[in-house]
Write a protein that binds this ligand. Structure first.
Ligand code: ADP
Ligand code: MG
Length: 323
């Protein structure tokens, strides 16, 4: 064997062994106590995870890129938590119960303190949603986290495409906490009541499960109200009369930004009018409300009480919030 070839093999060997030790030390055992209850037969350590299931499974992937979806200056526990939370939001929007997740981590270098914080963030969200980490990938490159979540259906699987004319348009909670949180984080770089909803957003899992019994369609708001409502309208083939004055916002001083920004991970959904009372009662059991903000009708989106003119929405290819 040529000397150069030998050196190459040695290098590769070093990388492989350090990759394994990072996985073992920082990414293994997260949510291990939930494996059995969630039907996971095989977790981290083999080529694939194995899940035993009798029901349908929902699956969704969400990628968070440094400088696009989060700031590099954020603590690594928030980066980890947020990356899993945004993936869980899709599972919530379909009225599903998450059972496990996979995580692909691309990072430029290995920093033990950063990795320790990253593990802490994963453990926090894993505990909150009783969700084990069952596999993934680890590669060197610009910081990026990709999370795949698996979920089991609630009472019904909520699609974007089943809204009916006459259904009431509802929202799980006020919009704008993500916007205000990022604004405050850029100013203070600290964790406080204002920045928490941005750094550690709450995916609306229990809300999604409650509405899965009753709602006709749903979508999570990640890219701004108008854009996500437009998806629901076009997939369902029914228009909407949206009353902007009825949309709850986190801070009235910034109503326009709260409506446009996204990053709130609330659920936008439709409910047949005769079921709205039952829904409100059921939501009380999780101390939540439904905010009615419009009615599905016609073929187009009509907005009343719009004092803002045209509302723009988050588009990664058009705006660069972090530059
Ligand atoms: P393979 O080479 O077969 O793709 P890897 O060497 O990448 O496997 O990973 C070894 C084991 O560690 C696998 O079970 C994989 O799922 C797990 N793993 C790798 N990266 C991660 C990660 N970022 N988070 C959780 N588990 C991981
Ligand atoms: Mg393999």
């Amino acid at each position: 064997m040529e000397w150069a070839q030998l050196a190459y093999l040695k290098d590769t060997q070093v990388n492989i062994s350090s990759e394994f030790s990072i996985i073992k030390k920082y990414l293994s055992g997260i949510g291990a106590s939930y494996l059995q209850a969630n039907g996971i037969d095989v977790s981290i350590g083999d080529d694939c995870g194995v899940l035993a299931t009798k029901s349908k499974l929902l699956i969704s992937t969400d990628t968070s890129v440094s400088g696009v979806h989060f700031l590099k200056s954020m603590s690594s526990d928030a980066i980890a938590y947020r990356s899993v939370a945004t993936a869980l939001s899709d599972i919530a929007a379909m009225g599903s119960q998450p059972v496990a997740f996979n995580l692909s981590l691309v990072m430029p270098n290995f920093n033990p303190d950063w990795m320790k914080g990253f593990r802490k963030g994963l453990q926090k969200i894993s505990k909150e949603f009783k969700l084990p980490l069952i596999g993934g990938d680890l590669t060197k490159g610009p910081l990026q986290i990709s999370v795949t979540v698996l979920g089991k259906p609630g009472k019904n699987i909520l699609l974007r495409s089943d809204a009916q004319s006459g259904d009431i348009l509802c929202l799980s909670d006020a919009l704008g906490y993500g916007y205000l949180g990022l604004k405050e984080f850029k100013r203070s770089s600290s964790l406080n009541n204002k920045t928490k909803p941005y750094l550690f957003p709450t995916p609306q899992i229990s809300y999604g499960l409650v509405i899965s019994e009753i709602a006709s369609s749903a979508i999570d708001i990640s890219d701004g109200l108008i854009q996500d409502l437009s998806h629901l309208i076009s997939r369902s083939g029914v228009g909407c009369n949206l009353d902007l004055a009825k949309v709850p916002v986190a801070d009235k001083k910034y109503t326009k930004q709260c409506l446009e920004f996204g990053d709130d991970y609330q659920i936008l959904y439709t409910v047949p009018p005769k079921k709205i009372k039952t829904l409100q009662m059921n939501l009380k059991s999780i101390r939540k409300k439904c905010h009615t903000i419009g009615i599905m009708s016609g073929k187009k989106l009509k907005i009343t009480n719009n004092i803002f003119g045209s509302l723009k929405n988050w588009d990664h290819f058009k705006y660069d919030e972090f530059s």
